[in-house]
Design a protein. Structure first.
Length: 280
């Protein structure tokens, strides 16, 4: 099946470069749309890990997210890419605002152009946080190649759309040195219904840190930029009095990315990043 209106957006850039290449496809209102098998194949064919499919229904834009493994209920950097695409199509001066629907919820997004770059942000929804079980902790850490004393006390299970495990390590050097057993990690995540493992360094007083997201259960061994994981971390760190963070990702994959997040006292989060629309 042909796939018209395929666009590649690099989402969550760092310093205007890098970012996560994300496929954006706008469904034709009266033409044929790709079936779900085709939606899984399209990002792979374009050299991307994720694709987002847009459909306009009245004043709302519906989003669906796919990897080669299937559909996801939510995708943070995919939402950033979708907002950048919509803002580029909209044109005009001033901020662009959109009402989006994904994963059974309606939420607001915004974007603003600055030259070739578009900065986008949105509300990912409420974040649920809980302590991991002993079995979750043991199997995930073992698959990551980490001993319990290498992670600190702040390991959490966090969910926005789907649960994942937040794993702290002492610094960026420890993060860069990770060599997880992806088969074992997938087995552990599948067993507990987890999306993956979001491993992060400790934040500076200004909220700067680095992270790596391993998600083999959805066909993504390592994600260049994981915005929803960053939203989960922002909600967790807000409980420690850190309300704004900037998370560097993608360095291990040669594509530096940065995701920003802000969390209020009620743990509501806004996440975002800069993007560039590459092709149409």
């Amino acid at each position: 099946m042909s796939t018209p209106n395929v666009t590649v957006v690099r989402a969550c850039l760092r310093g205007g470069a890098g970012g996560s290449p994300t496929v954006v496809v706008q469904d034709e209102p009266h033409g044929p749309s790709p079936d779900d098998d085709e939606r899984r194949r399209i990002p792979v064919a374009r050299g991307a890990s994720h694709a987002v499919y847009l459909r306009h229904v009245g004043d709302t834009t519906e989003l669906r997210f796919f990897t080669e493994e299937g559909e996801l209920p939510a995708c943070g950097h995919g939402t950033v890419a979708a907002l950048a695409f919509l803002a580029a199509r909209h044109g005009g001066a001033g901020p662009y605002r959109a009402t989006l629907r994904a994963g059974g919820r309606v939420f607001a997004g915004r974007a603003e152009r600055d030259g070739e770059l578009i900065t986008a942000a949105f509300d990912p929804g409420p974040v649920d946080l809980r302590e991991p079980t002993d079995e979750e902790r043991s199997l995930v850490l073992s698959a990551l190649g980490l001993a319990p004393d290498e992670t600190g006390a702040n390991l959490r299970i966090a969910g926005v759309g789907r649960e994942r495990v937040l794993v702290p390590v002492p610094g960026r050097a420890a993060l860069a040195g990770l060599r997880p057993d992806l088969d074992r990690l997938r087995a552990a995540c599948d067993r507990f219904g987890l999306l993956g493992a979001y491993v992060h360094s400790e934040p500076s007083p200004e909220g700067a840190l680095a992270a790596r997201m391993f998600a083999p259960s959805i066909g993504v061994p390592e994600d260049i930029a994981n915005a929803n994981g960053t939203a989960c971390l922002a909600a967790h760190l807000a409980g420690r009095g850190i309300h704004r963070i900037a998370v560097d990702m993608g360095d291990a994959l040669g594509s530096p990315a940065t995701v920003t997040a802000a969390a209020g006292p009620d743990l509501r989060v806004e996440i975002g990043g800069a993007a560039r629309v590459l092709t149409e």
